[in-house]
Design a protein around this ligand. Structure first.
Ligand code: NI
Length: 226
């Protein structure tokens, strides 16, 4: 499932985060790339312990936790601290699939990357190129959203960032382990959740709503892993 989340952050938060990113000291993105990714990764990133990454990473996680679309679509169990990157002067990230398992920083907890999220911190007209290309069974999707907006896509997807040939592309990305590992099952649960909400808004028979809500929870009970 590919889902955009408009205005994950408020315009004021987005402006403040962007200003902080412009002032920060960036390091070579290849520093943390695995032996395969290092061959296709060419960008810059903030160290995980950089104060800007920590402060705005927490702000993003906080915004997610109160965002009904993200909560309903992702059914998050664990969210890794958001990372920040920057592309300019032809920098790009070639096609790859992200690692399946990550160690949460400063813990013994491992997190499975069921879901990837990218938050944009540059507006589309500020840079040329820099599209996030996601390939799935329906073909390739090209994504370039306004600053402060986010896109959620399955961790299983092959994806890349095209070369940024003008301007600077700032972004944040992070992985989420979901209560429901399988993307197809998550998509069905989201469809049902959305349909139930629409029935409630349309004033449907409460008994029918309760019955469908029960089915939702029984499917979640069957498919979730804690
Ligand atoms: Ni990736």
């Amino acid at each position: 499932m590919l889902l955009s989340i408009p205005e994950l952050l408020t315009p004021e938060q987005t402006r403040q985060c962007r200003a902080a990113l412009e002032q920060a000291a960036w390091v070579d993105g290849r520093d943390t790339a695995g032996h395969v990714a290092v061959q296709v990764k060419n960008n810059r990133q903030l160290p995980l312990d950089h104060p800007v990454a920590q402060h705005w990473g927490q702000a993003i996680v906080q915004a997610l936790s109160t965002n009904p679309t993200f909560m309903s679509a992702a059914l998050p169990q664990r969210i890794l601290p958001p990372r920040f990157n920057r592309y300019e002067g032809g920098e790009a990230y070639g096609f790859h699939i992200d690692n399946a398992i990550f160690q949460a920083p400063n813990t013994t907890t491992r997190v499975r990357s069921d879901i990837s999220t990218t938050v944009f911190f540059s507006d589309p007209d500020e840079y040329e190129g820099g599209e996030l290309i996601i390939r799935d069974t329906y073909g390739e999707h090209s994504i370039k959203l306004p600053s402060g907006h986010a896109v959620v896509y399955p961790g299983t997807s092959l994806h890349r960032v095209t070369p940024v040939t003008r301007g600077v592309r700032y972004g944040s990305f992070f992985w989420t382990q979901s209560l429901v590992r399988d993307d197809g099952r998550r998509a069905l649960l989201l469809e049902q959740d959305v349909a139930i909400q629409r029935l409630i808004q349309a004033g449907a028979d409460p008994e029918v709503v309760a019955q469908l809500t029960g089915v939702y929870h029984n499917l979640l009970r069957m498919w979730s892993e804690l």
